[in-house]
Structure formats: C-alpha cells, structure tokens
Design a protein around this ligand. Sequence first.
Ligand code: SAM
Length: 246
Amino acid sequence: QGCLYLVPTPIGNLDDMSMRAIQTLKEVDLIAAEDTRNTQKLLNHFAIHTKQISFHEHNTQQRLPELLQKLQAGYNLAQVSDAGMPSISDPGQELVAACVQKQIPVVPLPGPNAALTALIASGLVPQPFYFYGFLPRKSKLRQKALQQLSQLTETFILYESPFRVKKTVALLSEYLGSTRQIVLARELTKVHEAFLRGTLAQVQEYFANNEPRGEYVLIVAGASDSVTISQPADVQLLELVKQQVA
Ligand code: SAM
C-alpha cells in the first residue's frame, strides 16, 4: 500500500520550499492540491512534473474514497494546500483521519506555517500558546468564540483576511479590553513583511489612518500576560520596520 505525504509549501517566499518537499512532490504518483492552478505555478517553478488532483473543502467527501482507493492500491500521494501546512486552517484533516483509520501510513514534512512564524517574532510569551485559526463568520458563533478567548491565560493566535482584520481588532478590543497587547504579523516572508505591536487601542488607532493591506496573523497576549513589550508601542512602527528592512 501507498503512503500519504503532507507537504507544506511557501507562505510567500519560494525559497522556503525545502529540498525534501521538492523531492517528495517529484517522487509521488499524484498530488492532491487545494487549488491545482495555484499549485501548478509552484510545480513549474521547481520543474516538478507530477500529476495533480483537486482536493478542497467543497469536494472532500466526494474525493475521499477515490484517494483512499489509490493509496490502498499502492500509489504514493502528496497533499498540499495553497500555502503553508495542510490541515492548519486548510484542507487535510479528513484525509489524514481516514488514512489513520485504514492504517495507511501518513508522513508529515515540516515546513512553512504562518502561525508559528508570527509567534516566534511576536515577543509575546510563546508557550503555552493556543492556536484558534479563523474566527467563525456567523455572529453568534463569533461572539461565543470571543468570550472563550477572552478567558484564556495563554497567548493565542488568530488568522484573518485583510478585509476583516480591522473589524476583528475592534471586536477583540471590545471583548478583551483595549489595553491588551497584540502583535500583527503582516505579509510574512514577503517584500512587505512588517510587525505592528501595541495595545488593541493603539492598533485600532493605527487602522483608523491606515487601511489593512496583505495577509495578517494576530498574536494576542493571554489574560495573565503581564509582560510588556520592550519596543515602543508606536503606531508608526510599521513604517519604521519597513525602513529598517529596505
Ligand atoms: N495552512 C496555512 C498555514 O500553515 O499557515 C494557513 C492557511 S489559511 C487559509 C490563510 C491565513 O493564514 C491568512 O488569512 C493569514 O491569516 C495567514 N497567512 C498565510 N500566509 C501569511 C503570510 N505570508 N503572512 C501573514 N499571514 C499569513
């Protein structure tokens, strides 16, 4: 029987693709990709000629039996998402669970992940930490999640789209209090990588004058975290970071 390889892909910088990731994608019989067109660009860049099959949240149930059948027939499969680690706020978990159940070997490769990359540069207490991912879109569920998160004593991590990040910071301020520390990691590994550090009130103020642009990870200090960030919680900090990098 075959094997399922979980292959992380870059979250912005193609140089973060590991040699093992490239080799694995070259050697497997088939790549199950969240978006085959997106992944094709990556494959072209690294001269990988392996065939793909689409596997995303809308066809998971349909595709599962087919993928399991291939694995059981001896084919090796790699699973990739659009960026970062499969299964982390991305498709993958159902396939892994099905493989575990059927005793099909699952081999995870380490690699790029936005949450951990943001966490290690946050300056906030890195462990224990709590990874939440995206807040629910439905307002009732979102409220419940925010209430639960407000009780957490651990540093916690949220993903958010650029279109909702401003609103999410406002909600966090409402539920957690405006003095809670937060670090926003923007466009990690990309040209416009920057960190915005401060209280929720300061970040809200920053967004009142600067529209969010790009992808963000939100690292929020836990309720018990008395550590203050040593850098100035300056709303101009994003600009400063950019200048340093340039
Ligand atoms: N599976 C991915 C991982 O391992 O990090 C996460 C996929 S999730 C659909 C996409 C979210 O991850 C974005 O909305 C953003 O919150 C975060 N993200 C992905 N790439 C990022 C980057 N380069 N900089 C900042 N955040 C990023």
